[in-house]
Write a protein of this length. Structure first.
Length: 222
């Protein structure tokens, strides 16, 4: 089935994203597990929750966790925003990479090798397109901290916590879904033009066929 791009998301004056998606905003706003002082952003980092969205939200709102992210995406595509974009808020997601990368968590029902759902792919694409347009980084795969684009947690090595997130080797199921997310993000940014209207003769033929069908029905009824 061909992908039909949804509408774009935009960053409001208060740093909250709005647009053609189901978006929830953290309470308290912003998430207490965070700080201030970020500047230019290199891109976004894919993370996995190892849980569902409600569990992730509860954990990030627990001061004992000392962890957070900019966004979380449920398997049904619901987006949860933990803090503002463009206001210098820093999520505590990937240690040395916190100040220069947005972080996007994805629900996985406790299985990091569970592929992202179609709804998650689309929501992630909308987020990526919006953040790319806002911060000016390219819509491309990033596999090292000195690159720009859509990266993964494990690319930062020990400086980023030494994790395998967002998936497990050797298959890296979720990491390998980034090209599809990027393709959808590009379609969100530049949606295909609508199909041309049918030619006049086709509409005339349809009208004539409808008229003949009515006449035939009347004749049979008589």
């Amino acid at each position: 089935m061909a992908f039909t791009p949804p509408g774009k998301l935009t960053v409001g004056p208060d740093g909250r994203l709005t647009g053609d998606a189901k978006i929830a905003y953290n309470s308290p706003w912003p998430c207490a597990n965070g700080s201030w002082g970020s500047g230019a952003m290199n891109g976004a980092v894919m993370h996995t929750m190892e849980s569902d969205l409600p569990q992730c939200v509860a954990w990030f709102n627990n001061p004992a966790s000392q962890a957070s992210a900019h966004f979380g995406i449920a398997e049904d595509g619901t987006i949860h925003q933990f803090g503002p974009v463009g206001k210098g808020w820093i999520a505590w997601a990937q240690m040395a990479g916190n100040t220069a990368w947005y972080s996007i968590e994805h629900a996985d029902a406790g299985n990091p090798d569970h592929p992202l759902t179609d709804a998650q792919l689309t929501a992630s694409a909308q987020l990526l397109e919006c953040l790319s347009a806002f911060a000016g980084f390219p819509l491309q795969v990033a596999d090292t901290p000195d690159a720009k684009g859509y990266g993964v947690h494990y690319m930062g090595g020990q400086a980023w916590g030494g994790h395998t997130c967002p998936d497990l080797p050797p298959y890296h199921v979720r990491s390998r879904q980034r090209p599809e997310i990027i393709a959808r993000a590009k379609a969100v940014r530049n949606p295909p033009p609508p199909p041309p209207p049918p030619p006049a003769w086709q509409a005339q033929a349809l009208a004539l066929a409808t008229e003949l069908s009515v006449l035939l029905g009347q004749h049979q009824a008589a």
